[in-house]
Design a protein around this ligand. Structure first.
Ligand code: FE2
Ligand code: FE2
Length: 468
């Protein structure tokens, strides 16, 4: 169980390590200042129906209740330790998992933790204005649930930095609050986490595609030979599932509404769909092209000696490493590059192997959305673009292709882009339909209602109490 009597809820016996406890209690007010300044721009003092982790076992870890966000009990929760755990891959396979940081891997592990940690507060910053345009109290609550949990993920990484990396770890923890999404001078580390999220279509795309990158990174780190990192990430994954649910169902509900409107109008003309206040399917496709291609860069270069050494040293595995037969990754892997097929050592292809698993996972939602379209009798298919499209990292960086992945001239690419990703006009239209709807049970006209409420409550429950 988690100890909630302490200032910082935790299941790591924080009270037995006074130095660490003091350091984290020193960081806590800085975190709260950051939350108040750069967390949700509105509704900070309203009660929100939020879940809070109260135990780390798979079942029954969540407690639901009305909470004002600045009073949320952010804490430090690691999955239970398995005293017999061994390193599951790479050159150190079979050796006991590390309970302290091996000196030779210290800076690499710190960098991996900082890079993961940086994404968590970044997304809260990116999403901070969305409360002004929520389509329902149900959606508003889901946004805030995602936000407080990303805040907790920041705590998870800061705990590791403070507990295992001494002074430079504490300095990195400070820097996690000093960089900001989209800041010209001190931006977040990864480019996707500097993109503005100004409308709810972008938010759902982000929760579906970008949080899913997070899932795959956490799965890879959950395999780490550094046991505290593995256990931290295992527990974060239980929270992450809800974020992707929010994205998946959010996009599905926008698609459903678009199909309903087309059937009411007896027309699939995107201009008529827009005039009726819904978002047309070609625009949804453009947003998907943008956020999916942006997320693909997060996996890094197709051929990477860094990824190979993370794997060799047991620092970062493949997601679901246990599903592979060969945990040494001795074989070869074929990678498509602009120069043709290249055979590289499996270890050098780890980023591409993880990206390919991610793409397969992304396809599941696209199938569900297309089912909604097909059942509505509409002749349109959403498609993930090729993983070559619009890349800025790796073998396909700055190689102009169309969304199907065919190489084209730079001129054809420039001419095609307004048809492939959202234009300023598309963004202005999407923003224009997003007028806030804050009455319990009411829903904006551009999105269908959810199938069910949160935690068996009805859809029309007052998930955010407006009278505070
Ligand atoms: Fe997260
Ligand atoms: Fe997330």
């Amino acid at each position: 169980m988690i100890n909630y009597d302490e200032k910082i809820p935790n299941n790591v016996d924080l009270s037995t390590n006074k130095t660490l406890q003091r350091a984290l209690e020193h960081w806590q007010p800085r975190f709260l200042d950051w939350w108040k300044d750069l967390g949700p721009a509105v509704f900070q003092n309203n009660e929100v129906y939020l879940r809070t982790a109260t135990s780390v076992d798979r079942e029954g870890w969540a407690t639901f209740g009305m909470v004002r966000m600045p009073e949320y009990r952010w804490g430090i929760f690691l999955a239970e330790r398995d005293p017999n755990r061994t390193i599951g891959f790479g050159d150190n396979i079979g050796q006991p998992a590390w309970q302290v940081v091996p000196g030779e891997h210290r800076s690499t592990l710190r960098r991996l933790i900082v890079t993961q940690g940086d994404t968590e507060p970044a997304s809260v910053e990116q999403q901070r204005a969305l409360g002004n345009s929520a389509p329902s109290l149900y959606d508003l609550r889901n946004l805030f649930q995602v936000n407080v949990e990303e805040g907790r993920h920041l705590w998870a990484m800061v705990y590791l930095l403070h507990a295992y990396f001494g002074r430079d770890g504490r300095e990195e923890a400070e820097s996690l609050l000093d960089r900001h999404a989209g800041d010209a001078d001190k931006p977040r580390i990864l480019s996707t986490f500097n993109e503005p999220i100004n409308d709810w279509l972008s938010f759902y795309m982000f929760a579906y595609f970008t949080d899913r990158d997070g899932k795959f990174q956490l799965k890879a780190l959950a395999e780490s030979g550094f046991d505290p990192l593995a256990r931290t990430c295992q527990f974060m994954l239980t929270e992450e599932a809800h974020h992707m649910f929010v994205g998946d169902t959010g996009i599905g509900r926008i698609v459903r509404r678009s199909v309903e409107v087309m059937n009411e109008l007896k027309s699939d003309d995107p201009r008529k769909v827009r005039a009726a206040g819904a978002i047309d399917l070609p625009t949804i496709q453009k947003y998907m092209n943008f956020w999916f291609s942006s997320a693909l860069d997060l996996f890094g270069s197709e051929i990477s000696s860094n990824a190979a050494s993370y794997f060799a040293n047991g620092l970062k595995g493949r997601p679901d490493e246990s599903l592979y037969d060969d945990h040494v990754a001795a074989g070869e892997y074929t990678i498509e590059t602009p120069r043709g097929s290249e055979s590289v050592s499996m270890r050098n292809a780890m980023n591409e192997i993880t990206r390919a698993a991610y793409v397969r996972d992304c396809e599941n939602g696209v199938k569900r959305w297309n089912n909604i379209i097909r059942k509505g009798g509409i002749d349109f298919e959403l498609r993930l673009p090729s993983s070559r499209f619009r890349r800025t990292v790796g073998a396909w960086a700055n190689v102009p292709t169309d969304p199907a992945g065919n190489q084209i001239s730079p001129e054809a690419f420039a001419a095609g882009i307004p048809n492939w990703i959202p234009t300023p006009d598309d963004q202005a239209f999407v923003a224009s339909v997003m007028q806030p709807v804050l009455e319990p049970g009411k829903i904006a006209g551009w999105i269908a209602p959810p199938d069910r409420g949160i935690n068996n409550l009805p859809v029309d429950y007052e998930y955010v109490r407006l009278a505070s």
